[in-house]
Design a protein around this ligand. Structure first.
Ligand SMILES: *[C@@H]1O[C@H](CO)[C@@H](O)[C@H](O)[C@H]1NC(C)=O
Ligand SMILES: *[C@@H]1O[C@H](CO)[C@@H](O)[C@H](O)[C@H]1NC(C)=O
Length: 505
């Protein structure tokens, strides 16, 4: 079993045999947008007769799912959002500040520290301690991948990973890189791998040993045994990159997700809007009200000056001096809102799930990116022409008002949203089907070592074909040498014969 936190990835590791398999699904990140992505997967596995234990922050709590045992980690939301503790402060800094050339390297250390502390906390939770002391056997272990590991995955699989063609998703970079960004990405690619292997892996290994037993293999070796990597990734939206067969790009995962219902007041607000609704949400990790005063003023003044209604997601029940056209909610049934005919525009931070849902529902956007992959996501949507990119530092009342009006009134944005949506969803099966099929594939074949890219086990000199090159160079040298000697010999013989001939005469 392996440990924790954020990522849109999960990993399948095989332990023994198949039929009605015992499955452990471990996804403890307190981020609703991550959790809703995992829910359909473990639910579906249980419906297909597998015996599933899910350790998650958003349990389904559905008594009809008799094959599903959930260990509730919901309390983690409180830790991260409600208690004004150290972790939240560090998190705030990380999320609100876009790193520059130098701080991007420091940020990596800070983030990995946050996740380390978080992992420690999770392993010490009473429900985790109880679970670990019980005697469980699992046929397959599915883990939401540890955040820092992300950067090292490519190295581990030796998947063709190139700092320019596929820069780290955590770098604040647009789709096309400048020379400075290519340099940053190149240095970062080396740096995260070195830091990961020298610092992060040993530290997490020690943590895992403390709680899971001293007799487990080194974390770095367990990691090499991963059967499959399921990625919430779509080549139309993300950068196109070659992937090995053990990496499955799920494409999109929303079709089978049940759409949450709107409460009556919200439904009324949506249905009765005269000029249409602008939906404003910065997702689950960025709290709008934590933004500096001047930015907040710019945003609220914009709300007062536009003719549209605004549905605003904030983590507060009431808002002082709320403009008349604004309705607030702490959690919004986002799919339902994006599907609604009166929704004209989505103002988003550009998180992956939000991009996914807005593309599927063909709603144009204004994206204000903050951390992680949001910059690239925002730039991608802007380049596809389905919205505008607005830098957080550039937010003013005038610009925000202008962008909102332009994206809603100019038809090209909606048209491009429809076009991108068609490209994005045109696939033989949806992501959930793919995920379940591949998890059962791993069960059927007791792992997927036969799909392992052999270069993972190849020494570097073989990978770079140095031995082959050396042989060719040697052979060529011998050939050239033989040629030179032969030519010299002929010249010599020729000269001797010529000399003989002239002597005779
Ligand atoms: C539970 O698993 C059994 C097979 O082990 C299956 O027949 C049944 O449909 C499953 N029930 C639910 C509610 O998922
Ligand atoms: C990797 O998998 C093989 C085959 O299942 C097993 O023999 C080996 O012990 C595993 N190694 C680690 C480090 O988990």
């Amino acid at each position: 079993m392996k440990v924790l936190v954020v990522g849109f990835i999960f990993i399948v590791e095989i332990l023994s045999v198949f039929q009605c398999a015992n499955i452990l699904f471990f996804a403890p990140s307190p981020s609703k947008s991550h959790q809703v992505m995992f829910q359909p997967v473990f639910k579906e596995l249980s419906l297909r007769g597998h015996n599933v234990t899910a350790i998650v922050c958003s349990p389904l709590k559905d008594p009809n799912l008799t094959n599903l045992t959930e260990i509730d980690m919901e309390v983690l939301y409180k830790i991260i959002y409600e208690e004004e503790n150290e972790a939240r402060e560090a998190m705030k800094k990380y999320i609100l500040q876009k790193p520059n050339f130098l701080t991007v390297f420091l940020k990596d250390i800070v983030v990995k520290n946050i996740f380390h502390r978080f992992g420690k906390y999770i392993l010490n939770m009473p429900q985790m301690q109880t679970f670990l002391k019980e005697d469980h056997k699992f046929d397959v272990v599915i883990v939401e991948w540890l955040y820092p590991t992300f950067a090292a995955l490519a190295a581990k699989y030796r998947n063709p990973s190139h700092p320019v063609l596929a820069p780290d998703h955590d770098l604040p970079m647009p789709r096309d890189l400048s020379l400075k960004e290519r340099l940053m990405s190149g240095l970062y690619a080396v740096y995260v791998r070195v830091y990961y292997h020298l610092v992060v892996l040993p530290r997490e290994d020690a943590l895992a040993r403390k709680h899971l037993g001293q007799d487990i293999p080194y974390l770095g070796d367990i990691e090499k045994n991963i059967s499959l990597l399921l990625l919430n990734r779509n080549p139309v939206f993300h950068r196109v990159m070659p992937v090995v067969p053990a990496i499955i790009e799920l494409g999109y995962t929303n079709t089978n997700k049940s759409v949450e219902k709107m409460d009556p007041e919200l439904k009324d607000f949506m249905d009765k809007s005269k000029n249409g609704v602008v939906y404003f949400s910065f997702g689950s990790n960025i709290q709008l009200l934590e933004l500096p005063e001047d930015k907040l003023n710019a945003i609220f003044n914009t709300f007062k000056n536009i003719k549209y209604d605004i549905l605003l997601k904030i983590n507060k029940d009431t808002l002082d001096n709320k403009p008349k056209n604004v309705l607030t909610r702490k959690w919004v049934p986002q799919s339902a809102i994006l599907k609604h005919k009166n929704t004209k525009l989505f103002i988003t931070q550009g998180g992956l799930q939000s991009c996914d849902e807005t593309i599927i529902n063909q709603v144009p956007v204004v994206v204000i990116p903050f951390s992680a992959d949001q910059t690239t996501n925002a730039d991608t949507l802007a380049k596809y022409g389905m919205g505008k990119y607005l830098g957080y530092k550039d937010i003013t009342e005038e610009i925000l008002t202008e962008y909102i009006n332009e994206v809603i009134t100019k038809p090209s944005y909606k048209k491009n949203a429809m076009m991108l949506s068609k490209l994005y969803t045109d696939q033989p099966t949806d992501g959930l089907e793919k995920a379940i099929w591949w998890i059962e594939y791993v069960l059927r074949h007791k792992g997927a070592s036969h799909l392992r890219y052999p270069s993972s086990d190849l020494p570097l000199y073989q990978y770079l074909m140095l031995d082959v090159l050396l042989l060719i160079v040697l052979a060529l040298s011998v050939l050239v040498l033989v040629l030179i000697i032969t030519v010299k010999l002929f010249i010599c013989i020729g000269r001797k014969m010529f000399e003989k001939k002239t002597k005779k005469e």
